[in-house]
Design a binder for this molecule. Structure first.
Ligand code: FES
Length: 156
């Protein structure tokens, strides 16, 4: 971890607080400031020691939630919901459109490091299924044209 990342992590903990309930918001913010959108082991260790939480508890949270990754991803993480409502509204078609537009498969990242694609459990946008989430923003009622516009807005 470089010094800049170390300072970012400490700044995030200072603003969120060291209470146990702050762990998930801290980890989300820490992952967001990493250009590769993941939480390396040494960052988990720093979070644990600074917040006074055991390393195993931090690892447990990072490995339990689909939201978090211990492996490098991309600047923009596109999550395709694959829970029930999105499944019956043809989420696989959405995945195929994204795979074709980005030239990658679900589970991969584009070579330029701008996008990666992954499946996700329901994130509460069932009323606009099939839905995707890019970083923290949700998009629904998707078709090919809408998807292309959305991707363009992240390429700028
Ligand atoms: S089932 Fe897809 S967002 Fe809920």
């Amino acid at each position: 971890m470089d010094e800049l990342m170390r300072r970012e992590v400490l700044k995030i903990i200072e603003s969120q607080g060291k209470a146990r309930e702050a762990l998930i918001p801290v980890l989300k913010a820490v992952q967001r400031v990493n250009p590769k959108q993941y939480i390396p082991q040494e960052v988990s260790q720093l979070v644990a020691s600074t917040m006074g939480i055991s390393e195993s508890e931090v690892y447990e949270v990072v490995s339990f939630y689909a939201e978090f990754s211990e492996k490098p991803r991309a600047r923009n993480v596109i999550r395709i919901c694959d829970s029930t409502v999105c499944r019956v509204t043809h989420h696989r078609k959405t995945a195929e459109l994204l795979e074709a537009a980005l030239g990658i498969r679900v589970g991969e990242a584009t070579e330029d490091g701008v996008f990666c694609l992954e499946y996700s459990p329901c994130f509460g946008a069932c009323d606009v299924a099939p839905a995707i989430r890019i970083n923290d923003r949700v998009y629904g009622n998707l078709d090919g044209e809408k998807l292309e516009e959305i991707l363009q807005s992240y390429r700028r």
